[in-house]
Design a protein around this ligand. Structure first.
Ligand code: HEC
Ligand code: HEC
Ligand code: HEC
Length: 421
């Protein structure tokens, strides 16, 4: 008993010491914002690529705001966090941050003045980035136009406003520093793993999160972000048309792939960022992701469950003919001209949950100058919750040939409400 108590006391002391070392982070002295000429142009160009791999702009730009000036609200189960200004403005951005301060933020989640940053900033992934990549990202960001902008104050649950608590979180989830290459694997696989686990931070959306927001293992088994399901990335061989490496590379690069359709919702901006990195990188990501696949189970799609509401399905068929078939009907010109995949192949239609189908109908697929053939108009104003529920019931039963989803109208109403918040 006594020995046990001593072990526990020892463990507690070790933890407290370790936590204290994390909590107390010294400020790093401010510097004069560096001049553009302080950086090598090759480093700035490489930095553009690193920043695209890391989607930095996606989070650090508010709707209609200046690039990298922050202010985008991120909704978490713990409240709303606003992204910060990472333009080189001296007072409101990171203009006074030295390379050492920037590196510490990415590797350890600590701001220049020493306060701990919230893990909504995916530093547990960015910590894997190489020193060269971090230096280049710094060169790129410090040569952007400085913008004076202060993000709104965060709106978090009371205990979480106390940032030192994050030290405990870091003890659980942060393993700082890059990981050595696996010598048994090819250079391309290692490059892919580096990009996926590091800058790409794919697991931050595609893994389930635990009660305090840490990523659960196994990684990539599917998560949820902004009311969208981010599907499992380890079951791509179990799709109605199993993904190939080439299709995956194409999807990441162009936001669209034959047989698998478009990257919608929060995946849209990710694919847009990846369209700016070299093809060798998207190929490497695809190679690594394909190496994680669980073997295909040749499950035959079960017959639609008897519980599908026949009246609803019939109403959905009529609505679909009017609102959707012009683009998604078997004989629609877009199907044949654009090589659009049948909705029967869509992950959104085959998923256990209706959320992504409802989201796609509500929001459409945004217009993109680079990818005009993937545009779908939003139907949130045109269709009621009941109508969307009917369309979803029809698509699921008659096109997907899958067991019915339950509570579709309620789910549609809830998602609509969440989207408006
Ligand atoms: C998923 C959204 C997200 C992405 C992607 C993201 N950030 Fe952030 N970042 C945040 C949030 C949120 C904060 C603020 C955290 C806080 O206030 O505790 C932040 C804070 C920072 C800070 C600290 C700034 C300060 O003033 O305290 C730096 C530096 C930073 N990010 C750099 C980057 C870089 C570089 C990238 C790309 C490699 C990036 N971020 C990508 C969400 C993101
Ligand atoms: C103006 C043409 C157009 C109309 C009308 C339209 N869509 Fe789409 N839809 C698209 C395009 C383009 C895409 C993106 C490319 C793709 O995935 O095939 C898309 C994608 C989708 C997807 C995602 C497919 C995937 O997994 O990538 C679903 C589900 C979907 N639409 C359902 C509907 C439903 C239901 C309606 C009617 C309420 C509808 N669409 C109306 C053009 C349209
Ligand atoms: C900001 C969150 C986010 C990040 C980061 C993210 N994804 Fe996604 N991803 C999603 C969401 C949401 C969907 C579902 C939307 C859709 O299917 O159109 C998705 C869909 C996908 C799909 C299609 C899966 C299917 O079955 O249809 C693939 C493949 C994919 N992501 C790969 C990746 C890879 C690889 C990375 C890292 C380079 C990544 N994602 C990073 C949110 C994200």
């Amino acid at each position: 008993m006594k020995a046990r108590t001593r072990i526990w006391a020892g463990a507690a002391l070790a933890l407290a010491t370790a936590a204290a070392a994390w909590v107390i982070q010294p400020p790093i002295a401010p510097v004069q914002p560096p001049a553009d000429t302080d950086f090598d142009s090759a480093s700035i160009a490489r930095g553009a690529r690193v920043v695209a791999q890391g989607d930095c702009m996606v989070c650090h730009t508010a709707a209609g705001g200046a690039p990298y000036a922050g202010g985008l609200p991120l909704r978490t189960p713990f409240g709303t966090i606003y992204t910060t200004n990472i333009t080189p403005d001296r007072d409101t951005g990171i203009g006074a941050w030295s390379l050492a301060a920037f590196t510490r933020a990415l590797r350890h989640g600590v701001a220049r003045d020493g306060h701990l940053l919230y893990p909504a900033f995916p530093y547990i992934h960015y910590t894997r980035m190489s020193t060269v990549d971090i230096n280049d990202a710094y060169a790129y960001l410090m040569t952007r136009t400085p913008v004076t902008a202060k993000p709104p104050a965060n709106d978090l649950l009371l205990p979480l406003r106390f940032r030192p608590l994050l030290a405990g979180w870091n003890l659980l989830y942060l393993r700082p520093g890059p990981v050595a290459d696996d010598p048994r694997q090819t250079a391309e696989w290692n490059r892919g793993r580096y990009l996926v686990d590091g800058a790409g931070h794919c697991a931050s959306c595609h893994s389930a999160l635990g009660p305090i927001g840490g990523e659960r293992s196994p990684a990539f088994s599917g998560g949820n972000v902004d009311g969208w399901d981010a599907p499992s990335l380890t079951t791509l061989l179990q799709a109605p048309k199993p993904w190939t490496r080439e299709q995956l590379a194409l999807y990441l690069r162009h936001g669209w792939s034959p047989e698998h359709g478009a990257a919608a919702g929060p995946m849209g901006p990710v694919a847009h960022s990846l369209s700016q990195v070299p093809e060798a990188d998207t190929n490497a990501i695809a190679t690594y992701i394909m190496s994680l696949q669980q073997p295909a189970t040749h499950a035959v799609a079960p017959a639609p469950a008897a519980t599908a509401d026949a009246a609803r399905v019939a109403q959905g068929a009529t609505l679909f003919a009017g609102a959707c078939a012009g683009c998604h009907g078997a004989a629609a010109p877009m199907m044949t001209a654009g090589g659009r995949p049948s909705l029967a192949l869509s992950t959104a239609v085959n998923s256990d949950r209706p959320d992504n189908l409802i989201q796609i109908v509500l929001n459409g697929v945004p217009w993109s100058h680079a990818q005009q053939t993937t545009f779908m108009p939003p139907f949130s104003a045109a269709l009621s919750d009941a109508q969307i529920a009917s369309i979803a019931a029809y698509v699921r039963a008659d096109i997907g040939k899958r067991p019915a989803w339950n509570n579709l109208e309620k789910r549609t109403a809830d998602i609509r409400k969440e989207n408006q918040q």
